[in-house]
Design a protein around this ligand. Structure first.
Ligand code: DCS
Length: 285
């Protein structure tokens, strides 16, 4: 029987019921994280849980556990479900209360759940690269918070899916921000360029891993805004994200990027990322 975490305790998945007045259900009033598990080990868990706590702080949600307590609970969950390769999805909502926009007063207990999902570490897309579309970024101005409110992201991803593409690359007035569920970087003049970590993007943990790897391997990086025009004319384009790691983009809006193959720097980053996974979790596929 698959186990989940409900408010810090391991329970059978069948025991979890969502109240229709849960604020996550009614308002998307909550936060979440997705953490990769390789070889039964959580990858960059501390970074994910720090971001979770930051998201909580930004929405004035008090979490009754510390990051290290949650970390331990997640490790127990992974063990209980014998998860080798996969993800942990975890979300915390502002709890159950009669519908009213303002926070419950007095406050109620938050609702915290976590579940695992087995996902093999597939290399098919990583080897060939994928296609993307561009679309206007219609989201709110606090994209740095990993909020349950994902309508803007969902509409963008659906547009990509309908175009037969993997990802939608969003832009505000011609400035590229990020993918619907990933960060976007380009290679131009041999340099990696990626949007600065501000309120307009989620500061991806995979993006941060990539930046560290660049710093320690003398790969030049510029964290600055870039335009859709620069994107379309880039030597290489790639995405980063927890489930996709480093994923090459070879065509955008039907236009071939570079020579239409995963680029050299992108491939180098894929290799460095794999080494980092091996270093932290002791696995290589
Ligand atoms: N930007 C957005 C909007 C995202 O949703 C994600 C991850 C990222 C960037 C990349 O962040 P990480 O490197 O920390 O994963 N989205 C998660 C999600 O919703 N499913 O999988 C990953």
């Amino acid at each position: 029987m698959e186990k989940m975490i409900l408010n810090g305790k391991l329970v059978a998945q069948t025991e979890i019921k969502v109240d229709f007045e849960d604020r996550g259900y009614q308002f998307g009033d909550g936060i979440y994280e997705v953490i990769r598990v390789y070889n039964g080990q959580l990858f960059t868990a501390e970074e994910h849980l720090k971001r979770l706590m930051d998201s909580a702080k930004h929405i004035f949600l008090s979490v009754p556990y510390s990051a290290s307590e949650i970390n331990e609970q997640l490790q127990e969950l992974v063990k209980a479900n014998s998860l080798e390769s996969g993800i942990i999805y975890l979300q915390i909502t502002r709890g159950v209360s009669p519908r009213n926009h303002a926070f419950p007063n007095p406050s109620v207990d938050c609702m915290y759940i976590a579940k695992t999902k087995a996902v093999p570490r597939s290399t098919a897309n990583a080897d060939t690269g994928v296609n993307a579309i561009t679309t206007e970024d219609i989201r709110w101005l606090r994209c740095d918070i990993k909020s349950l409110n994902l309508l803007g992201n969902i509409l963008a991803k659906q547009k990509a899916a309908e175009a037969g593409c993997f990802e939608a690359i969003q832009h505000r007035d011609g400035t590229v921000t990020e993918g619907s569920s990933s960060n976007v970087s380009i290679v131009s003049g041999g340099k990696i360029i990626t949007h600065p970590a501000n309120n307009l993007i989620l500061n991806g943990i995979s993006r941060q891993v990539m930046l560290h790897l660049c710093a320690s391997n003398d790969i030049p990086v510029e964290e600055r805004e870039f335009t859709v025009d620069e994107l379309m004319n880039a030597e290489e384009v790639f995405l980063t994200g927890t489930t996709i790691e480093v994923l090459p983009i070879i065509k955008i809006d039907g236009t071939v990027i570079g020579d239409g193959q995963p680029g050299q720097i992108t491939q180098k980053l894929q290799e460095l990322f794999s080494n980092e996974v091996e270093r932290q979790c002791g696995v290589r596929n």
